[in-house]
Design a protein around this ligand. Structure first.
Ligand SMILES: Cc1cc2nc3c(=O)[nH]c(=O)nc-3n(C[C@H](O)[C@H](O)[C@H](O)COP(=O)(O)O)c2cc1C
Length: 186
C-alpha cells in the first residue's frame, strides 16, 4: 500500500469483528511505530496491551464515572460488547514539568500513534485513538498503574474492522494556507 493511500484511506474504526488480533502483530507495529520523531530522543512513551478480558473493568469504570457525573446510578459491570476491539493499547507518556518539553513529548507520542495507525491500516487492522473523559482520574491511573509523573495520552482500540466509516471531507487547503509573513502594509 502506498503511503499516500494509507494516509487518505485510513479511518478511525469503532466497530470490530470478533476475530482476535495476534498480540505479536501489535508488538510488530509498535516496534516500527516507535521510530517516530522525538526531540532530544526522550522517547516519552510506554504501552499497556489489554485484551477483551482486561477491557471490562476499564469500560465499567468509564461508564460508572459518566453515570455519576449525570447523577445516575452506577451500572452493573456488563460483558464486553460483540463489536468490542480485540485489544486496547493504553499509550502512556512521561510528564515533564517543563511545558516546552511536555509539548514536544506530546507531539512525539502523537506521531507514534499516527505511525501505529497507518501501519495497522496497511495490515488490515483498524484503530481509533480514544480520549474518554476521566482518563486522568486517579482510579483510572490506579487501574492502569500509571505513575505520578505519567499521563494517559490515549486508549487505542484495535481490531479487524466490522464497519469502516465514510471519509469526512477536510476543509479546503486554501482556507488553511497562506504564503509569507503578515506585514503592516497589508
Ligand atoms: C487526539 C485525538 C483524540 C480522539 N478521541 C476520540 C474519542 O475519544 N472518541 C472517538 O470516537 N474518536 C476519537 N478520535 C478520532 C477522531 O474522532 C477521528 O480522527 C475524526 O473523526 C476523523 O475521522 P478519521 O480518523 O476516520 O479520519 C480522536 C482523535 C484524536 C486525534
Amino acid at each position: 500500500m502506498e503511503l499516500r493511500e494509507a494516509i487518505m484511506n485510513r479511518r478511525s474504526i469503532r466497530s470490530f469483528k470478533k476475530e482476535e488480533v495476534d498480540v505479536s502483530a501489535i508488538e510488530e507495529l509498535l516496534e516500527i511505530a516507535r521510530y517516530a520523531p522525538n526531540h532530544k530522543m526522550t522517547q516519552p512513551w510506554r504501552f499497556v496491551v489489554l485484551d477483551r478480558h482486561d477491557q471490562a473493568p476499564l469500560q465499567h469504570l468509564i461508564k460508572s464515572k459518566k453515570a455519576l457525573k449525570k447523577g445516575k446510578p452506577v451500572p452493573e459491570e456488563e460483558p464486553i460488547a460483540d463489536d468490542a476491539p480485540s485489544h486496547m493499547l493504553a499509550v502512556i507518556m512521561n510528564v515533564n514539568e517543563k511545558e516546552k518539553v511536555y509539548r514536544d513529548d506530546y507531539g512525539a507520542v502523537s506521531s507514534l500513534i499516527q505511525n501505529f495507525s497507518l501501519l495497522a491500516w496497511e495490515k488490515g487492522i483498524g484503530v481509533v485513538w480514544k480520549t474518554p473523559g476521566f482518563m486522568q482520574d486517579e482510579e483510572m491511573k490506579k487501574l492502569l498503574d500509571i505513575g505520578e509523573t505519567e499521563e494517559l495520552v490515549g486508549l487505542l482500540h484495535i481490531g479487524y474492522p466490522a464497519v469502516v466509516p465514510k471519509m469526512k471531507e477536510r476543509d479546503p487547503l486554501e482556507s488553511k494556507l497562506r504564503y509569507g509573513l503578515t506585514r503592516d502594509s497589508e
